[in-house]
Design a protein around this ligand. Structure first.
Ligand code: ADP
Ligand code: GLC
Length: 489
């Protein structure tokens, strides 16, 4: 039998765990590229060298011949240098674009006037880096709006280069709520010259350039991170104004559920939690709960159910429902809450005041803390994620792996990864509610708290979840399949 040819893949992303992360995009870029690399494909990752990079023990070496390069963006010659680091777990090397003028900022993203330039540099330099390396990608894998102009550039400004003659572009939409919408004044910075007609003309006349929409128009294939979300975004309720362009490309839009990075999120090997555990031996989970309660200063009552929340504080995640429901439920029922997150100051205040009112049952850690995220996944009994919309969601899958029963809204990837518990049959992995309203959320939490009292049943639900396979082995192979089909390789 003929051996399958390896694929050449260039993957451009704004986030990559553990180097730069605000959410699941980082986890997915890292785990997917590591999978593809281990499967024998030639993967070139390109990302910004943010000054806030989480460097750990990694070494970042300047790449010979790729120092002080320039790319012309509008009237500017933007200078950048390429650094490389090799990730110890996978052996994959990552190319980082060092450009202090654009990437030395307080956070990964800004609300500044040059935000578009930062990610135009990522996109254009990713293409030009392929030219410098004389690397001919079969697949240019572009993630979210930050890299979504690449498909257009490949089909216009760089179409002359034979290097890209067989390159097919794939745009993965992780979250349609973030589109990279800029005022048409940035037109010159697009540097499209005679190709300017390729931009969405109605948008342009109404004064807008939308990076994600541009990607949707020009990528050879569109993917998003769950099958349900792929359907949802083609309708007005979830499409955030892009449903019409997505419907027009319906045949080229595929939903592939994210996987879980087993080396990072595995209760049997996790070095960040107080004690490891498995389906066969759940004793460690009890220890994790006890230690977590202690760590967070919560009342040490092991029998009281503990609900965990780890999230960006944004409206997507269903916080308005939590605000309306949690105070009343906390007064009616006996459970504790461990909250980790930051974002919307109003929500930070809400959890802070909830903690002050009931300090022995509500804890709130404001900020980003990976170790605590692992502890909460391991030590909580339930995980709350009542999202208004959720392209995939990773935390509910981590929860399932750690025997922490998810309480989620039935939308996007939550609907695709959690199965409703059926108490009489002992089947299912979590509690789902359908309608985005307070009655739905209250019902779901109450149901979970009631089920928790039936200890043998609860254990069955935990084990059902822990037995689920969300490995990248499975999900990564789906990407390989579509990449092969697209490239004909
Ligand atoms: P999203 O990408 O929309 O934020 P996901 O569930 O896909 O949602 O991914 C969130 C990722 O970010 C998870 O790995 C989660 O553990 C992590 N995370 C979110 N908030 C925090 C936080 N405050 N501290 C540590 N990790 C966090
Ligand atoms: C986005 C989505 C989240 C998804 C993640 C990784 O940030 O909000 O649902 O899991 O990207 O694909």
């Amino acid at each position: 039998m003929a051996r399958k040819k390896k694929l050449n893949i260039c993957l451009a992303t704004a986030e990559f765990a553990p180097l730069a992360k605000t959410g699941g995009l980082a986890d997915v870029s890292a785990a997917l590229s590591a999978y593809l690399h281990k499967a024998g494909h030639d993967v070139r990752v390109v990302m910004p060298f943010y000054s806030t990079l989480n460097r750990g023990d990694l070494k970042f070496d300047p790449v010979d011949n790729f120092q002080n390069l320039t790319v012309t963006i509008g009237p500017w010659d933007v200078e950048y240098s390429v650094y490389r680091t090799v990730l110890p777990t996978s052996g994959l090397s990552v190319n980082l674009l060092r450009c202090p003028a654009l990437f030395d900022r307080a956070g990964l993203y800004t609300a500044g006037k040059d935000e578009h330039l930062r990610f135009l540099l990522l996109s254009r330099a990713a293409i030009e880096l392929c030219q410098h390396m004389q690397f001919s990608p079969d697949i240019f894998h572009c993630h979210d709006w930050h890299a979504a102009t690449i498909p257009l550039y490949l089909k216009s400004n760089y179409a002359w280069d034979k290097l890209f003659a067989n390159t097919r572009s794939v745009l993965t939409i992780h979250n349609i709520g973030y589109q990279g919408k800029f005022p048409a004044e940035i037109l010159a910075d697009m540097t499209l010259g005679p190709n300017v007609g390729h931009l969405h003309q109605d948008d342009l006349s109404s004064g807008v350039i939308n990076f994600l929409k541009t990607g949707i128009l020009y990528a050879d294939l569109l993917t998003t991170v769950s099958p349900t979300y792929a359907r949802e975004i083609q309708g007005a309720e979830y499409g955030m104004g892009l449903d019409d362009v997505l419907r027009a490309r319906s045949d080229s839009l595929i939903g592939i559920l994210n996987g879980v990075d087993d080396e990072e999120w595995n209760p049997q090997t996790d070095t960040l939690i107080p004690r490891r555990f498995s389906m066969q031996n759940l004793a460690g989970k009890k220890t994790c709960k006890k230690e977590l309660l202690k760590e967070l200063g919560l009342d040490n009552n092991p029998a009281r159910p503990l609900i965990g929340i780890v999230s960006r504080f944004v409206s997507q995640k269903g916080f308005d429902l939590m605000e309306a429901v949690l105070p009343r439920l906390l007064s009616q029922r006996d459970f504790s809450l461990a909250v980790l997150g930051s974002g919307d100051p109003h929500l930070e205040k809400f959890f802070d005041s909830l903690h002050r009112q009931i300090p022995d049952r509500v804890s709130f850690y404001r900020g980003f803390n990976n170790k605590l995220a692992h502890w909460i996944e391991a030590g909580a009994d339930m995980f709350l994620m009542p999202s208004r919309y959720e392209p995939c969601g990773l935390n509910q899958m981590y929860s399932l792996k750690y025997g922490t029963v998810p309480i989620v809204r039935e939308t996007g990837g939550l609907a695709d990864s959690v199965q409703q518990v059926n108490p009489s049959k002992g089947t299912g992995t979590g509690i789902l509610f359908r309608d985005y309203d307070t009655a739905g959320l209250a019902w779901a939490i109450n149901t979970a708290l009631d089920l928790y009292k039936d200890r043998p049943l609860w254990k069955e639900i935990m084990l059902n979840g822990m037995a689920m396979d969300f490995s990248w082995q499975q999900q990564g192979e789906q990407y390989v399949k579509i990449f092969r089909k697209l490239s004909g390789k």
